[in-house]
Write a protein that binds this ligand. Structure first.
Ligand code: PLP
Ligand code: COI
Length: 353
């Protein structure tokens, strides 16, 4: 596979690792790949990081034909770099593409392109534990006309952002507001796809939560407003008595790769994990009775993030003592241990560069 490289002649200085934040600093290059119905995928190239030029009628600007992924390159203690389950992101990108009538990519070719790009940008992978090079592949429809139909032209882009913690709280517990007005997704809609529109539609509730002092919202199902779905940028898990519960993937929830990994780690360690419907009434009852021992969110950007309190209506409930739960901490240590190469990788999740 041929990747045409135009080097950035003015590489930027690296940002100090304690000043990274999330998604604000970008590496020197970006990868571009064009698609047209006539030619298929063509012109795979890496060029200096720069603004994109779009036709004002470009499909993405009007009808939101856009999907994306998020994965990280991690620096091991021996100085090497590795990715975590990248094939899962590639497969999810293709499932999102199918939903949004965007062109799918060849899994092996995309993986090869991803690896070539990360190798080129290696110096941007930060070294401190907890930091990483966040990779953001995205794909959008780019027809230069206003008709609404499956696109004939699309562009795939990969950018990279050295990042620290997603939440300002770091590993400290976050507060989450249960949202009962807006809904994020419904079955048959686009909830399982990672498309930009899902996030645009989520922003209003997210802003309301932020104003009230909460990090994100917890979404309820779009039909009955009864069942718990997920948080703005992460899936959720609860330890209720001896059971670990996470909402079942009903079509309106993003099938998180961290979620899948948490379930696999927990089951291997002997925990009972049930993917099932969990109503907000059951959650509130468990909060009130003290049966809810722990709650956490999990996602690539957020890693494993303890939830210390939930707001629902005009009430605020503290989860246990509001601190970091035992299983949450264990899960955080195991996952981050595998991701940053401090622990063995029994299931072959890690791909070394
Ligand atoms: N749910 C939403 C809405 C997300 O944006 C994310 C982040 O990607 C997740 C869940 C977690 O998915 P993953 O673990 O694959 O990053
Ligand atoms: C990720 O965890 O990769 C995400 O996509 C979250 C993002 C919306 C910030």
């Amino acid at each position: 596979m041929d990747i045409k490289l135009t080097r950035n002649e003015n590489p930027a200085p690296l940002t100090p690792e304690d000043a990274l934040g999330f998604g604000r600093v970008f590496s020197d290059h970006m990868l571009l790949w064009d698609w047209s119905a006539e030619r298929g995928w063509h012109d795979l190239r890496i060029v200096p990081f720069a603004p994109l030029t779009l036709h004002p009628a470009s499909t993405v600007l009007h009808y939101g034909a856009e999907i994306f992924e998020g994965l990280k390159a991690y620096r091991r203690e021996d100085g090497g770099v590795q990715l975590f389950r990248p094939i899962e992101n590639i497969r999810r990108l293709n499932r999102s593409a199918e939903r949004m009538c965007l062109p799918e990519l060849d899994e092996n070719e995309l993986l090869e392109a991803l690896l070539a790009f990360v190798r080129l940008e290696e110096r941007w992978v930060p070294k401190s534990f907890g930091t990483s090079l966040y990779l953001r592949p995205f794909l959008f429809g780019n027809d230069e006309q206003l008709g609404v139909h499956a696109v004939h032209n699309a562009t795939f882009v990969l950018i990279a952002s050295p990042s620290g913690s997603y939440y300002k709280e770091g590993i400290n517990p976050v507060g989450i507001m249960i949202e009962s007005e807006d809904v994020r997704a419904v079955r048959g809609g686009t909830g399982y796809a990672k498309c930009g529109g899902n996030y645009a539609a989520s922003t209003r509730a997210g802003e309301r939560a932020a104003k009230a002092g909460y990090s994100q919202v917890l979404w309820l199902d779009g039909v009955e407003r009864k069942y718990i779905e997920e948080v703005g940028a992460m899936n959720v898990m609860f330890r209720i008595g001896d059971e670990i519960v996470t909402p079942a993937l009903t079509g309106s929830i993003l099938p998180g790769i961290t979620r899948k990994s948490c379930i696999e780690v927990l089951r291997a360690e002997g925990y009972t994990v049930n993917e099932r419907l969990l109503s907000v009434d059951e959650l509130i009852a468990a909060l009130e009775s003290g049966e809810l021992k722990e709650a956490w969110g999990c996602g690539t950007a957020a890693v494993v993030s303890p939830i210390g309190r939930f707001a629902y209506g005009d009430r605020v409930y503290t989860v246990s003592d509001g601190g970091i739960g035992e299983v949450t901490k264990q899960l955080y240590d195991t996952l981050t241990g595998i991701q940053w190469g401090k622990l063995p990788d029994p299931d072959g999740w890690v791909l070394k560069l």
